[in-house]
Ligand binder design. Structure first.
Ligand code: KG4
Ligand code: ZN
Length: 320
Protein backbone atom coordinates (compact mmCIF):
# COMPACT_ATOMS: atom_id res chain seq x y z
CA UNK A 1 0.00 0.00 0.00
CA UNK A 2 1.77 3.21 -1.15
CA UNK A 3 1.40 5.90 1.53
CA UNK A 4 2.42 9.53 1.16
CA UNK A 5 3.99 11.04 4.30
CA UNK A 6 3.95 14.76 5.01
CA UNK A 7 6.08 16.26 7.79
CA UNK A 8 5.91 19.96 8.71
CA UNK A 9 6.22 19.97 12.51
CA UNK A 10 9.14 22.36 12.70
CA UNK A 11 11.38 23.94 10.04
CA UNK A 12 11.87 21.04 7.61
CA UNK A 13 9.27 20.23 4.97
CA UNK A 14 9.45 16.49 4.32
CA UNK A 15 7.56 14.49 1.73
CA UNK A 16 7.98 10.78 1.04
CA UNK A 17 6.20 7.83 -0.51
CA UNK A 18 6.60 4.50 1.27
CA UNK A 19 5.22 1.20 -0.01
CA UNK A 20 5.38 -2.04 1.99
CA UNK A 21 7.85 -0.43 4.37
CA UNK A 22 10.23 0.73 1.65
CA UNK A 23 10.97 4.26 0.46
CA UNK A 24 9.89 4.89 -3.15
CA UNK A 25 10.33 8.67 -3.22
CA UNK A 26 11.66 11.19 -0.71
CA UNK A 27 12.38 14.91 -0.65
CA UNK A 28 13.04 17.44 2.05
CA UNK A 29 13.26 21.23 1.95
CA UNK A 30 15.11 22.94 4.78
CA UNK A 31 14.70 26.52 5.93
CA UNK A 32 18.02 27.16 7.65
CA UNK A 33 18.86 30.20 5.54
CA UNK A 34 15.61 31.93 6.57
CA UNK A 35 16.07 31.44 10.33
CA UNK A 36 19.85 31.67 10.65
CA UNK A 37 20.07 35.40 11.25
CA UNK A 38 17.57 35.15 14.12
CA UNK A 39 19.63 32.46 15.90
CA UNK A 40 16.64 30.12 16.14
CA UNK A 41 13.38 29.19 14.45
CA UNK A 42 10.81 31.95 13.89
CA UNK A 43 7.43 30.11 13.89
CA UNK A 44 5.69 32.55 11.53
CA UNK A 45 8.45 32.22 8.92
CA UNK A 46 8.42 28.42 9.30
CA UNK A 47 4.69 28.05 8.57
CA UNK A 48 4.82 30.45 5.60
CA UNK A 49 7.72 28.54 4.06
CA UNK A 50 5.89 25.20 4.44
CA UNK A 51 2.92 26.73 2.66
CA UNK A 52 5.10 27.99 -0.18
CA UNK A 53 7.07 24.81 -0.84
CA UNK A 54 4.51 22.03 -0.26
CA UNK A 55 2.61 22.45 -3.59
CA UNK A 56 5.90 22.38 -5.53
CA UNK A 57 7.10 19.30 -3.69
CA UNK A 58 3.85 17.45 -4.39
CA UNK A 59 4.06 18.48 -8.04
CA UNK A 60 7.59 17.10 -8.10
CA UNK A 61 6.24 13.78 -6.77
CA UNK A 62 3.38 13.70 -9.31
CA UNK A 63 5.84 14.35 -12.16
CA UNK A 64 7.49 11.03 -11.30
CA UNK A 65 4.74 8.91 -9.79
CA UNK A 66 1.12 8.72 -10.84
CA UNK A 67 -1.28 10.04 -8.12
CA UNK A 68 -3.38 6.85 -8.59
CA UNK A 69 -0.60 4.87 -6.98
CA UNK A 70 -1.14 6.69 -3.65
CA UNK A 71 -3.52 4.65 -1.49
CA UNK A 72 -3.28 6.68 1.73
CA UNK A 73 -1.78 9.80 3.27
CA UNK A 74 -0.05 10.24 6.63
CA UNK A 75 0.64 13.61 8.18
CA UNK A 76 2.39 14.76 11.35
CA UNK A 77 -0.28 15.99 13.79
CA UNK A 78 2.05 16.95 16.69
CA UNK A 79 3.99 17.74 18.73
CA UNK A 80 5.51 20.76 17.03
CA UNK A 81 4.86 24.38 16.10
CA UNK A 82 1.09 24.82 15.80
CA UNK A 83 1.23 27.02 12.67
CA UNK A 84 3.59 24.63 10.88
CA UNK A 85 1.52 21.59 11.85
CA UNK A 86 -1.69 23.26 10.69
CA UNK A 87 -0.23 23.99 7.26
CA UNK A 88 0.77 20.33 6.82
CA UNK A 89 -2.49 18.91 8.19
CA UNK A 90 -4.80 21.19 6.18
CA UNK A 91 -2.76 20.52 3.04
CA UNK A 92 -2.95 16.76 3.68
CA UNK A 93 -6.71 16.91 4.32
CA UNK A 94 -7.26 18.66 0.99
CA UNK A 95 -5.05 16.20 -0.84
CA UNK A 96 -6.72 13.18 0.77
CA UNK A 97 -10.15 14.48 -0.24
CA UNK A 98 -8.96 15.25 -3.76
CA UNK A 99 -7.46 11.79 -4.22
CA UNK A 100 -10.28 10.05 -2.27
CA UNK A 101 -7.85 8.18 -0.02
CA UNK A 102 -7.79 7.76 3.79
CA UNK A 103 -5.72 10.12 5.93
CA UNK A 104 -4.00 9.25 9.21
CA UNK A 105 -2.43 11.65 11.72
CA UNK A 106 0.96 10.49 13.00
CA UNK A 107 2.71 11.53 16.21
CA UNK A 108 6.10 13.03 15.34
CA UNK A 109 7.92 11.31 18.22
CA UNK A 110 6.49 7.94 17.20
CA UNK A 111 7.75 8.67 13.68
CA UNK A 112 11.29 9.01 15.06
CA UNK A 113 10.92 5.94 17.30
CA UNK A 114 10.04 3.62 14.37
CA UNK A 115 12.24 5.24 11.67
CA UNK A 116 14.87 2.54 12.23
CA UNK A 117 12.61 -0.04 10.50
CA UNK A 118 13.15 1.72 7.17
CA UNK A 119 16.74 0.49 7.28
CA UNK A 120 17.10 -2.40 9.67
CA UNK A 121 15.23 -5.43 10.88
CA UNK A 122 14.73 -5.79 14.61
CA UNK A 123 12.09 -7.14 16.92
CA UNK A 124 10.12 -5.78 19.86
CA UNK A 125 10.60 -4.84 22.65
CA UNK A 126 13.35 -2.24 22.47
CA UNK A 127 14.47 0.80 24.41
CA UNK A 128 14.31 3.98 22.35
CA UNK A 129 16.51 6.92 23.27
CA UNK A 130 14.99 9.86 21.43
CA UNK A 131 17.02 13.08 21.42
CA UNK A 132 15.83 15.92 19.21
CA UNK A 133 15.48 19.69 19.25
CA UNK A 134 12.18 19.59 21.11
CA UNK A 135 12.34 16.35 23.11
CA UNK A 136 14.66 14.02 24.97
CA UNK A 137 13.14 10.86 26.34
CA UNK A 138 13.53 7.14 26.92
CA UNK A 139 10.75 4.81 25.84
CA UNK A 140 10.09 1.11 26.23
CA UNK A 141 8.68 0.19 22.81
CA UNK A 142 6.61 -3.01 22.99
CA UNK A 143 4.79 -2.71 19.66
CA UNK A 144 3.67 -0.07 17.14
CA UNK A 145 0.89 0.96 19.49
CA UNK A 146 2.30 0.10 22.90
CA UNK A 147 4.95 2.66 23.85
CA UNK A 148 5.78 3.32 27.50
CA UNK A 149 7.53 6.52 28.58
CA UNK A 150 10.40 5.68 30.96
CA UNK A 151 11.80 9.17 31.46
CA UNK A 152 12.09 12.56 29.79
CA UNK A 153 13.84 15.88 30.12
CA UNK A 154 12.80 18.17 32.93
CA UNK A 155 14.06 21.29 31.17
CA UNK A 156 15.92 21.70 27.85
CA UNK A 157 15.90 19.04 25.16
CA UNK A 158 19.34 17.73 24.23
CA UNK A 159 19.26 19.24 20.70
CA UNK A 160 18.07 22.50 22.21
CA UNK A 161 21.16 22.48 24.48
CA UNK A 162 23.35 21.98 21.38
CA UNK A 163 21.57 24.90 19.70
CA UNK A 164 21.91 27.16 22.75
CA UNK A 165 25.59 26.34 23.27
CA UNK A 166 26.23 27.10 19.58
CA UNK A 167 24.35 30.38 19.92
CA UNK A 168 26.41 31.32 22.99
CA UNK A 169 29.57 30.65 20.99
CA UNK A 170 28.14 32.67 18.10
CA UNK A 171 28.22 29.68 15.74
CA UNK A 172 24.74 30.03 14.23
CA UNK A 173 21.77 27.66 13.93
CA UNK A 174 21.28 24.67 14.01
CA UNK A 175 23.90 24.05 16.66
CA UNK A 176 24.27 20.26 16.54
CA UNK A 177 26.27 19.84 13.32
CA UNK A 178 28.50 22.86 13.99
CA UNK A 179 29.30 21.79 17.57
CA UNK A 180 30.08 18.30 16.26
CA UNK A 181 32.54 19.77 13.73
CA UNK A 182 34.17 21.97 16.41
CA UNK A 183 34.44 19.03 18.79
CA UNK A 184 36.42 17.09 16.17
CA UNK A 185 39.18 19.70 16.45
CA UNK A 186 39.23 19.73 20.26
CA UNK A 187 39.83 17.42 23.19
CA UNK A 188 37.35 16.71 25.95
CA UNK A 189 39.59 18.04 28.73
CA UNK A 190 37.21 20.46 30.44
CA UNK A 191 35.18 19.00 33.27
CA UNK A 192 31.46 19.72 33.09
CA UNK A 193 28.71 18.60 35.50
CA UNK A 194 26.60 15.48 35.01
CA UNK A 195 23.24 16.13 36.70
CA UNK A 196 22.42 13.86 39.59
CA UNK A 197 18.71 13.03 39.30
CA UNK A 198 18.91 9.93 41.49
CA UNK A 199 17.44 6.69 40.19
CA UNK A 200 14.99 8.35 37.78
CA UNK A 201 15.31 8.00 34.01
CA UNK A 202 14.59 11.71 33.55
CA UNK A 203 17.12 14.04 31.95
CA UNK A 204 18.25 17.61 32.55
CA UNK A 205 20.41 19.66 30.20
CA UNK A 206 19.97 23.23 31.38
CA UNK A 207 22.66 22.98 34.12
CA UNK A 208 25.14 21.64 31.58
CA UNK A 209 24.34 24.48 29.20
CA UNK A 210 24.82 27.06 31.98
CA UNK A 211 28.12 25.43 33.00
CA UNK A 212 29.33 25.80 29.40
CA UNK A 213 28.38 29.48 29.53
CA UNK A 214 30.41 29.99 32.74
CA UNK A 215 33.45 28.14 31.37
CA UNK A 216 33.35 30.23 28.19
CA UNK A 217 34.04 33.32 30.27
CA UNK A 218 37.34 32.10 31.68
CA UNK A 219 38.94 30.49 28.62
CA UNK A 220 40.51 31.79 25.41
CA UNK A 221 38.58 31.50 22.10
CA UNK A 222 41.01 28.77 20.93
CA UNK A 223 39.84 26.60 23.82
CA UNK A 224 36.25 26.67 22.50
CA UNK A 225 37.12 23.55 20.49
CA UNK A 226 37.94 21.74 23.73
CA UNK A 227 34.78 23.12 25.32
CA UNK A 228 32.66 21.83 22.42
CA UNK A 229 34.34 18.41 22.69
CA UNK A 230 33.80 18.39 26.46
CA UNK A 231 30.14 19.35 26.12
CA UNK A 232 29.57 16.60 23.55
CA UNK A 233 31.42 14.07 25.71
CA UNK A 234 29.29 14.99 28.73
CA UNK A 235 26.12 14.44 26.67
CA UNK A 236 27.41 10.94 25.79
CA UNK A 237 28.12 10.22 29.45
CA UNK A 238 24.61 11.33 30.46
CA UNK A 239 23.12 9.02 27.80
CA UNK A 240 25.30 6.08 28.87
CA UNK A 241 24.19 6.39 32.49
CA UNK A 242 20.51 6.48 31.49
CA UNK A 243 20.81 3.58 29.05
CA UNK A 244 22.44 1.46 31.77
CA UNK A 245 19.63 2.26 34.20
CA UNK A 246 16.93 1.61 31.57
CA UNK A 247 18.46 -1.79 30.71
CA UNK A 248 18.66 -2.85 34.33
CA UNK A 249 15.10 -1.65 35.01
CA UNK A 250 13.48 -3.33 32.00
CA UNK A 251 15.83 -6.23 31.22
CA UNK A 252 15.52 -5.22 27.55
CA UNK A 253 18.85 -5.38 25.73
CA UNK A 254 18.02 -3.76 22.42
CA UNK A 255 18.72 -0.01 22.18
CA UNK A 256 17.63 2.32 19.37
CA UNK A 257 19.07 5.86 19.29
CA UNK A 258 16.97 8.32 17.22
CA UNK A 259 16.07 11.98 16.65
CA UNK A 260 18.26 14.82 15.34
CA UNK A 261 21.02 14.36 17.95
CA UNK A 262 21.43 10.73 16.84
CA UNK A 263 22.87 12.18 13.59
CA UNK A 264 25.96 12.96 15.71
CA UNK A 265 28.51 10.33 14.65
CA UNK A 266 30.76 10.76 17.69
CA UNK A 267 27.96 10.31 20.21
CA UNK A 268 26.38 7.38 18.38
CA UNK A 269 29.77 5.63 18.05
CA UNK A 270 30.41 6.04 21.78
CA UNK A 271 26.95 4.77 22.65
CA UNK A 272 27.37 1.82 20.31
CA UNK A 273 30.60 0.73 22.01
CA UNK A 274 29.03 1.22 25.43
CA UNK A 275 25.94 -0.82 24.53
CA UNK A 276 27.96 -3.65 23.01
CA UNK A 277 30.09 -3.80 26.19
CA UNK A 278 26.87 -3.96 28.17
CA UNK A 279 25.83 -6.98 26.10
CA UNK A 280 23.13 -5.01 24.22
CA UNK A 281 22.35 -4.61 20.54
CA UNK A 282 22.57 -1.01 19.31
CA UNK A 283 20.77 0.56 16.35
CA UNK A 284 20.83 4.06 14.90
CA UNK A 285 19.23 5.24 11.62
CA UNK A 286 21.40 6.98 9.03
CA UNK A 287 21.74 10.77 9.61
CA UNK A 288 19.03 11.67 7.05
CA UNK A 289 16.49 9.54 8.91
CA UNK A 290 17.57 10.88 12.33
CA UNK A 291 16.57 14.45 11.51
CA UNK A 292 13.01 15.35 10.54
CA UNK A 293 11.74 13.72 7.33
CA UNK A 294 8.56 12.58 5.61
CA UNK A 295 9.81 8.99 5.29
CA UNK A 296 9.28 8.10 8.94
CA UNK A 297 5.77 9.59 8.86
CA UNK A 298 4.89 7.62 5.71
CA UNK A 299 6.36 4.43 7.22
CA UNK A 300 4.32 4.60 10.43
CA UNK A 301 1.31 5.90 8.48
CA UNK A 302 1.27 2.78 6.32
CA UNK A 303 1.36 0.57 9.43
CA UNK A 304 -1.40 2.54 11.19
CA UNK A 305 -3.63 2.64 8.10
CA UNK A 306 -3.34 -1.15 7.84
CA UNK A 307 -3.97 -1.61 11.58
CA UNK A 308 -6.89 0.76 12.11
CA UNK A 309 -7.73 2.62 8.89
CA UNK A 310 -7.93 6.38 8.37
CA UNK A 311 -8.83 9.07 10.90
CA UNK A 312 -12.01 11.11 10.99
CA UNK A 313 -11.48 14.61 9.56
CA UNK A 314 -10.60 17.23 10.62
CA UNK A 315 -7.43 16.05 12.36
CA UNK A 316 -6.55 17.90 15.57
CA UNK A 317 -3.00 19.21 15.98
CA UNK A 318 -1.13 19.59 19.30
CA UNK A 319 2.01 21.44 20.32
CA UNK A 320 3.09 19.17 23.16
O1 KG4 B 1 14.65 15.58 15.10
P1 KG4 B 1 15.04 16.94 14.64
O2 KG4 B 1 15.48 17.12 13.21
O3 KG4 B 1 13.88 17.97 14.88
C1 KG4 B 1 13.09 17.93 16.04
O4 KG4 B 1 12.16 17.09 16.07
O5 KG4 B 1 13.41 18.72 16.96
O6 KG4 B 1 16.19 17.46 15.62
C2 KG4 B 1 16.77 18.70 15.46
C3 KG4 B 1 17.84 18.87 16.54
C4 KG4 B 1 18.46 20.27 16.56
O7 KG4 B 1 18.46 20.74 17.89
C5 KG4 B 1 19.87 20.02 16.05
O8 KG4 B 1 20.84 20.91 16.59
C6 KG4 B 1 20.13 18.59 16.50
O9 KG4 B 1 18.89 17.93 16.32
N1 KG4 B 1 21.16 17.96 15.68
C7 KG4 B 1 22.33 17.53 16.18
C8 KG4 B 1 23.09 17.09 15.07
N2 KG4 B 1 22.33 17.25 13.93
C9 KG4 B 1 21.15 17.79 14.33
N3 KG4 B 1 22.79 17.50 17.44
C10 KG4 B 1 24.03 17.02 17.62
N4 KG4 B 1 24.83 16.60 16.61
C11 KG4 B 1 24.41 16.62 15.32
N5 KG4 B 1 25.18 16.20 14.34
ZN1 ZN C 1 12.00 15.51 15.05
Amino acid sequence: MAVLGIETSCDDTGLALVENGRIIFSIKTGQEEFHKRFGGIVPEIASRRHLEVLPHMVQDLFNRISPERIKGIAVTKGPGLIGSLLVGVKFAEGLAMGLSVPLVGVDHLHGHIFSIFLEQKLGFPYISLLASGGHTALFLVKSYINIELLGETRDDACGEAFDKVAKMMDLGYPGGPVIERMAMKGRATIELPIPDLGETLDFSFSGLKTAVLHRMKDIEKEAFYDLAASFQKTVSEIFKEKIKKAVSLTGVKRIVFCGGVAANKTISQELKEFCLNLGCQFFVPSPYLCTDNGDMIAYLGEILLKLRGGDKLPIDVYSN
